[in-house]
Design a protein around this ligand. Structure first.
Ligand code: CA
Length: 224
């Protein structure tokens, strides 16, 4: 069994490495996001333990890059941020599990074993609603077969709307989940982004998919 640990804190990296080595794993350690991704892409690991706060590129970025080519790679996130929004973000960004720091090695070991027992998970690689399609591996969205030219934030917003189609999403929730920020009632960042997204996703088409619930938020659904 091979395991990759991406962790910049020497103490944590050392105790995790020693722990897994004692468990009989072959352990590689990377200490920044760039190195971590390089090893993840070139090595063949049974599991990756990935810290979120890393130098050069952070764990979210590394995870996103890994998922583009390896949707089934088991990844467990280490986070010092004991916040619900970060946990949710971790799991919706494609992590299989997460662990909040500080943690006992026995806990990490149990979770990694659990992932390995579960085997590869087939992840949805394509999100779809009506004639709207999003290919997560190729990072491409189309409507009625026509490519949508989306800025990164618009892509993430559309992905979130698609994952929760038919559900009313408040501005607060969108701000937290798509922008990772606390929504302040005066901010119009969500509305501005939705407007831009609509121009691309809805304006050229007769059937509108993104709807406003005045004073509440937005919903992606087909209405007659
Ligand atoms: Ca760190």
């Amino acid at each position: 069994m091979r395991i990759l640990v991406v962790e910049d804190e020497p103490k944590t990296a050392a105790f995790v490495q020693r722990g897994f080595a004692e468990e009989g794993f072959v352990v590689d350690v990377a200490t920044d996001g760039m190195d971590g991704l390089h090893l993840a892409a070139t090595g063949d690991y049974d599991a990756i333990v990935l810290d979120v706060m890393l130098p050069v590129r952070d764990g979210w970025w590394v995870l996103q890059e890994i998922r583009k080519t390896r949707p089934d790679q088991p990844v467990i996130l280490l986070t010092a941020l004991d916040a619900v929004s970060h946990r949710v973000k971790g799991l919706t960004s494609g992590a299989d599990d997460y662990l909040v720091k500080p943690f006992a090695f026995s806990e990490l070991n149990a979770r990694v074993r659990n992932l390995l027992r579960r085997g590869p998970v087939r992840r949805a690689e394509v999100l779809n609603y009506g004639d709207l399609d999003m290919d997560l591996l190729r990072h491409r969205a189309t409507r009625a077969g026509q490519p949508l030219d989306l800025a990164p934030q618009e892509y993430r917003l559309l992905e979130y709307l698609l994952r929760h189609s038919g559900q009313v999403l408040t501005r607060t929730r969108l701000a937290e989940q798509v922008w990772d920020m606390n929504f302040d009632g005066d901010s119009n960042v969500v509305d501005v982004a939705v407007r831009r997204l609509r121009r691309k996703v809805d304006d050229p088409f007769e059937q509108k998919l993104i709807h406003t619930l005045r004073g509440v938020g937005y919903v992606l659904e087909a209405r007659n």
